[in-house]
Design a protein around this ligand. Structure first.
Ligand code: IPD
Ligand code: CA
Ligand code: CA
Length: 277
């Protein structure tokens, strides 16, 4: 059993190569998906096929290189490891965009390091992450303590100082009840900011906030695979990433904003009660 996790730069290099391979598979598969759409009973079937194929490629490649690692993927992979490294994977973040050919879909891969003694399925701290947007040929990366990068350029987030001047990204869940609540929150946020953007890929939104293409981002209902890589990239760009009332970002609420905007945005969002209340 290996007990020393690899260094973050090596984990990132592996993640980047595997994301590149998945991106190629997905770009090629999209052409098939479009023609298959005409004949399949449900568009969702086609997308699910590509989601699963990409997750399988990613899982196979990562675990071939590092067989002792664990892996959590949106499409059902939940493998316990012994190395204290766990990969967290969203093979397509932005599945609806992928289906339509709208370019904002991404491959998100993060490596977490688990605390010594934690259970094999425990979550840990992200130490390396890549978000690749294959249709744009763009990739954002980060390692813990090593900064956030895009194509050799270091990311520093937005310099905006006022929420009224802020372009704020967000996203919406899939269920009607979640969306009703998200629409209510928007009635408070929209009048208070410059404008709102909804790309359809949370991982990409977090990278846009890291780069300053958005001034800030928030969403409720995210899962670990939506947040793991993009959250690290946003933090390493100098953004604060958190949840409700000073807690860590979670399914309940995730906020990513520069320090100058964080408190004002968090204050607006705190009026939205946690799910179930
Ligand atoms: C979704 C996207 C979307 C966000 C949803 C996610 P998926 O992921 O990230 O932007 O608003 O909350 O579920 O289903 O396309 O992997
Ligand atoms: Ca996702
Ligand atoms: Ca997905």
């Amino acid at each position: 059993m290996s007990t020393t996790p690899a260094d973050p730069a090596a984990l990132l290099a592996l993640a980047q190569e595997v994301a590149r391979q998945a991106g190629e598979l997905l770009l090629a598969g999209r052409e098939g998906a479009v023609s298959a759409l005409a004949t399949k009973s449900s568009p969702t079937d086609v997308v699910t096929e590509m989601d699963h194929a990409a997750e399988k490629l990613i899982r196979t490649a990562l675990l071939a290189a590092r067989p002792d690692d664990g892996l959590l993927g949106e499409e059902g992979s939940d493998i316990a490891g012994t190395s204290r490294v766990r990969w967290v994977v969203d093979p397509i973040d932005g599945t609806v965009n992928y289906l339509y050919g709208y370019p904002a879909w991404s491959v998100s891969i993060a490596a977490e390091v688990l605390d010594p003694g934690s259970g094999p399925h425990a979550s840990g701290e992200a130490v390396a992450g890549v978000v690749l947007v294959p249709a744009a040929g763009a990739a954002w990366t980060a390692t813990l303590g090593g900064g956030a990068w895009r194509d050799g350029r270091r990311m520093h987030g937005s310099q905006a100082r006022s929420l009224a001047q802020a372009l704020v990204g967000t996203g919406f869940g899939y269920t009607a009840e979640t969306r009703r609540r998200q629409a209510e929150v928007l009635t408070r946020v929209l009048p208070a900011v410059r404008d709102i953007r909804r790309s359809g890929s949370a991982a990409y939104d977090l990278c846009c906030a890291a780069e300053g293409l958005l001034d800030a981002y928030y969403e409720r209902g995210l899962n670990p695979w939506d947040l793991a890589a993009g959250g690290l990239i946003a933090r390493e760009a100098g953004l604060l990433v958190g949840g409700r009332d000073g807690r860590p970002a979670s399914h309940d609420l995730a906020i990513a904003a520069p320090p100058a905007l964080y408190a004002a945005l968090a204050g607006l969002l705190s009026a939205d009660p946690p799910a179930g209340q």
